[in-house]
Write a protein of this length. Structure first.
Lengths: 113, 110
């Protein structure tokens, strides 16, 4: 079945460092891919998405490119801030018409001043 | 416009007790979902509904029940609480773009 694998955390960075969180997926067909962010004590918020190969999703300085050849959707940011500290989830929506999302296990990011 | 609301925010249950987690949306969308989030495990789908009167099981439905009598409400029922049901529960609504999540209910079963 469909699955998503994220790099294990926690990831600890200094402010203004470069961020990469790896995400790879297994799915039949052409899934849509998402990154969600969860700030402490809150629900999940959509950060960005991509719906077809080579699409680049971007938001708030974060970017991710849908790479079908490597089945990857890595999250990047050029210069992280303390306020980016959160848990980041990679997810996919496959061919099912039920709208179900498959989530990775989440990666905790901690940014230190 | 509240989006998705969940009540209660936090609850402690004793083993064997029952409770209902409430989820209400004002977005007028048909598809709704219940997930549980365990530490380091991501989110797992418990049940979902594609419209009033229609529900179906997700990955981890055992120990839970749902109903969907209206478009707005999608309650999740725990009949005999067990420690394994200690988790954070999220309700979500499918929008055109993706899924929109409620703030969650933290449940502790002792």
């Amino acid at each position: 079945g469909d699955s998503v694998t994220q790099m294990e955390g926690p990831v600890t960075l200094s402010e203004e460092a470069f961020l990469t969180i790896n995400c790879t997926y297994t799915a039949t067909g052409y899934p849509s891919l998402f990154w969600y962010v969860q700030y402490p004590g809150e629900g999940l918020q959509l950060l960005l998405k991509a719906t077809k190969a080579d699409d680049k999703g971007s938001n708030k300085g974060f970017e991710a490119t849908y790479r079908k050849e490597t089945t990857s959707f890595h999250l990047e940011k050029g210069s992280v801030q303390v306020s980016d500290s959160a848990v980041y989830f990679c997810a996919l929506h496959g061919s099912s018409n039920t709208g179900k999302l498959i989530f990775g296990q989440g990666t905790t990011l901690q940014v230190k001043p | 416009n509240a989006g998705v609301t969940q009540t209660p925010k936090f609850r402690i249950l004793k083993i064997g007790q029952s409770m209902t987690l409430q989820c209400t949306q004002d977005m007028n969308h048909n598809y709704m979902y219940w997930y549980r989030q365990d530490p380091g495990m991501g989110l797992k789908l418990i049940y979902y509904s594609v419209g009033a009167g229609i529900t179906d099981k997700g990955e981890v439905p055992n120990g839970y029940n749902v109903s969907r009598s209206t478009t707005e409400d999608f309650p999740l029922r725990l009949e005999l609480a067990a420690p394994s049901q200690t988790s954070v529960y999220f309700c979500a609504v499918r929008t055109q773009e993706t899924q929109y999540f409620g703030p969650g209910t933290r449940l502790l079963v002792l």
